[in-house]
Design a protein. Structure first.
Length: 294
């Protein structure tokens, strides 16, 4: 990646994350003000959640300054593990949120509220569902364009926030139709907490795979082997190892060439193998090839 490409990645990552940060500040202000004015503890608690959502935005705003840096003396493999760590942190945060919501739902089932949340809570919930839903789609799109695992993690977090506003909206409507339907409150929270828990695990899993140096899937390894073997003069490929660096694949391997070949010619073959792997290898960002006579 060129220097200007890294700056552009940082600029776009910062812009979308700042948009999410500002939305969280706005939503939490609405919820806290509305909750205090209408004496609704549920809305105040929701406002505190929106305020805490800023934590994952801040983690990305700070982390992106580091993970978009090119490799240097201290981090010769690049800084993408920092992005992986932050993705894992976001997943952990989402799981904690789901546990908190499950705990809250338990309270709502044991002691159902006597009056449903009012229309202000409904309005805030609908705004939150729409705003977070749109923001999540936008963040997902940019995460794909930038191949950013941390932005994808934050997009899933935003989706979980949209989900967590659904029970409030549903219970307000349901209780207008039939007051006893207020019991849906607790059940709604249980369902939502399960969805959010799954989202959190889905964020954590790939981060753990990367941190534990899990290899690329077999079909990718086969493809890399095929590319190396198709270079003229390569007799054999072995010790093919892969692992992930951010969303990119890092590969190393031994190639066997005719031992009586002049070094210059053998080195040319090695260069061609590396070049082809960069050009055609799926997701390849780093290649190391060792030459062996055979
Ligand atoms: Zn959240
Ligand atoms: Zn070998």
């Amino acid at each position: 990646m060129t220097g200007s490409g890294e700056k552009e990645t940082l600029r776009r990552t910062t812009r979308i994350t700042l948009a999410g940060f500002i939305l969280n500040i706005l939503l939490s202000s609405f919820k806290l003000a509305g909750g205090i004015l209408s004496n609704s503890n549920a809305l105040v608690a929701d406002g505190v959640h929106s305020l805490s959502d800023c934590i994952t935005d801040v983690a990305i705003l700070i982390g992106a300054k580091f993970w978009t840096r090119p490799s240097d003396v201290n981090h010769p493999h690049g800084h993408s593990r920092i992005e992986t760590l932050i993705s894992g942190f976001i997943g952990f945060f989402v799981v904690i949120t789901s546990v908190y919501i499950a705990w809250k739902s338990f309270g709502a089932i044991m002691n159902p509220a006597e009056t449903p949340p009012g229309w202000p809570a409904f309005a805030v919930a609908v705004i939150a569902i729409l705003a977070k839903g749109i923001l999540s789609r936008w963040t997902f799109r940019i995460s794909r364009e930038l191949k950013s695992a941390a932005l994808a993690a934050n997009a899933m977090h935003q989706r979980s926030d949209a989900l967590s506003s659904i029970p409030v909206a549903v219970v307000v409507l349901a209780a207008r139709i039939e007051p006893s339907l207020i019991v849906m409150d607790g059940i709604g929270w249980v369902i939502v907490s399960l969805f959010i828990f799954k989202l959190g695990i889905d964020i954590i899993r790939p981060a753990l795979w990367q941190l534990s140096d899990t290899a690329a899937p077999p079909e990718i390894i086969e493809e890399l082997r095929r590319i190396a073997l198709s270079v003229e003069g390569v007799k054999n490929v072995h010790n093919l190892r892969t692992r992930y660096q951010g969303d990119g694949v890092q590969a190393d391997m031994h190639i066997v060439v005719d031992g009586s070949m002049p070094l210059e010619e053998a080195f040319f073959i090695l260069k061609k193998v590396e070049q082809d792997l960069y050009l055609m290898g799926p997701g390849v960002v780093d290649v190391m090839v060792r030459l062996e006579p055979g």
